[in-house]
Design a protein around this ligand. Sequence first.
Ligand SMILES: C[S@@+](CC[C@H](N)C(=O)[O-])C[C@H]1O[C@@H](n2cnc3c(N)ncnc32)[C@H](O)[C@@H]1O
Length: 257
Amino acid sequence: MSNDYLEFIASIKKKTGIDLSLYKEAQMKRRLTSLYEKKGYQDFNDFFKGIMADEKLYYEFLDRMTINVSEFYRNAKRWEVLQEKILPQLLSQNKRLKIWSAACSTGEEPYTIAMVLSNIKSLSDISILATDIDENAIARAKVGTYPDRSLQEVPDLIKKKYFTKEGIFNKIDDSVKKTVTFKKQNLLADSFEQNFDLIVCRNVLIYFTEEAKNTLYQKFSSALRPGGILFVGSTEQIFNPNSYGLETEDTFFYRKL
Ligand SMILES: C[S@@+](CC[C@H](N)C(=O)[O-])C[C@H]1O[C@@H](n2cnc3c(N)ncnc32)[C@H](O)[C@@H]1O
């Protein structure tokens, strides 16, 4: 790693608690270099000084490092498995499920969980914790309006039931919004609540180093109750689930032993 980047990592960690060394280096460096060049900075040293002097730049840095892309019903087939197989199993063990959408971005994922579960249970019986490191993403999630392209995979009936058109945006219904509690949380630094029935953590671990991933799988496993399920993204298969006290329940679903 270049000294310049190493120093930048150390300074950012001191200022924000975010440890960039736990993210894949080449990818992160490329993203940040293209931002500082665009802003007219010479190197990481200069860029850090800029970030310290300009709050707006700090938020642009955060925005660039966090990659917020998301959509409702992302990889729709997996949500069918959740609805048809996983949720009925979990509900046969526990009437009220403790659910966490970890790295929830702008809300599409926790709201999808609520809408899928609403096919089985009343929305008033559903509560979901949703967390992300990025406050801006959380603020947008709380507003709950989305462009058409975020809704491409949403089944028509669900679209009719839970979205209203507002100009070029689609507003999610308050009854769905009310089921989700958003909190800021850094998965790589903060402690986790315990005893979850279901943890959904998708499309964030791909950005982390192998070491950080291992630590997180272990922490997710500890945060699940025995029999609870971890649902990961469609490029994030766990190859040795047993070493984390998990077993494969279905593709991209792991059960706590
Ligand atoms: C690509 S989005 C995934 C959103 C959603 N889970 C999905 O699959 O559509 C990745 C999210 O991870 C969040 N993130 C990145 N590093 C994080 C960290 N250390 N702790 C918590 N969230 C983090 C980003 O802010 C971003 O919102």
